[in-house]
Design a protein around this ligand. Sequence first.
Ligand code: TYD
Ligand code: MG
Length: 452
Amino acid sequence: MAKPKRRHICQACGSVATRWQGQCADCGEWNTLAEEAPATVFSIKHDLSSGGRPIAFEALDAPGQVLQRRSTGLAEFDRALGGGLVPGSAVLMGGDPGIGKSTLLLQAAARIAQGGGSAVYISGEEAAGQVRLRADRLGLAGAPIALAAATSVRDILTTLSGMAPPALLVIDSIQTMHSDQIEGAPGTVSQVRASAFELIRYAKENGVALVLVGHVTKDGSIAGPRVLEHMVDVVMSFEGERSHQYRILRSIKNRFGPVDEIGVFAMEGAGLAEVGNPSLLFLSGRDQPVAGSAVFPAIEGTRPVLVEIQALIVRLASGATPRRAVVGWDSGRLAMLLAVLEARCGLNFSTAEVYLNVAGGYRLADPAADLAVAAALVSALADKPLGADAVWFGEVSLAGEIRNVAHAGVRLREAAKLGFRNAYGPGDVTAKSDEARLYGLTMLPNLVDRIM
Ligand code: TYD
Ligand code: MG
């Protein structure tokens, strides 16, 4: 048998190196490689004459269990989950520190407990007293949640096996858990993986809905190995700017439902309040139109959300390298759009600093935002406000064409419902629907002509 090789595993991305290095060759993080016990290597070739048992094949339409879902008691949380928690499943909840993960899960646990289900909340980060204080602030002190501060997976599972399995088990957070099945400090890749594995197995065997809170690294991915994302059934991310009130719960992976639905919450004095109709949230509500601001009708799952995009352009006198800063949108996409505006419309941004901001701490992922961003940029460059009653949507190609996007009808209807009279979108027609007039634009220069 070959001598097992020493393995060094990056604690940030989980990639394996055979030698120790200061910097991970895969993710570029420094000082993240740690040596791990070598895996036992068995002979590759199986001896099939003994030991294996036949597996049974099943037909796809064989009668099985209907997927049962349990409501979290928070409609927005249920919506993001695709209808509620599935017993025997594992959810990984990621998000920046202080965004409200613990608050959200404490509220969901309380709702489930108040609704007659049992909920266990294990905190590895805060003392039980701190969690109790938070529950007090949330007005949930009376909820019959089983609360404990613990970090040993063995202790947790021993305790749980001595009681009826709860409907919901919250582990806050998986990075603080420690399994004695394996060596290493809590938070290392192998510990996170082993702890998650044991907890998920318990959840699957006992029909418990398990929620693991996961820390997020600087670049926004869930800390620990990517394998954690593969091990769980649902990966969710709780997003927002901490300085803003609004929070968005998104599912990134969901084995039981769609991944494009979002839940919207507002962080208030008494915890997270659900926002059932978010379409007006991300508008600044200004009376006077200002240059550089454009409203974009985004689609999140099945819901339209109107978002204000703000651009600011500052001309530089000297030859210093101008800055480009983006909040809430992709910076690569901004660079592309600026290049297209320069190449196809003859506009000059090369000596100007460009700042782009999506209002309300919202993160845009919809490609139809291109036209609204372009409109904001052109308006800022020309220092001319866009009509306050207009929305803009469409994808922009490198050739400067304005491409069709999905759900144009929904976008138009929502804009009209909220009092926007005019819409600029892809196409070559001017159409009057119920209230909003749609102006079709086919090429980016059409847009520039409209604004300048
Ligand atoms: P928390 O749930 O602890 O965040 P996470 O677990 O994601 O780190 O939320 C912390 C923030 O939420 C904190 O900065 C204060 C704010 N908050 C409120 O504004 N109102 C509340 O009722 C609560 C409980 C927290
Ligand atoms: Mg927390």
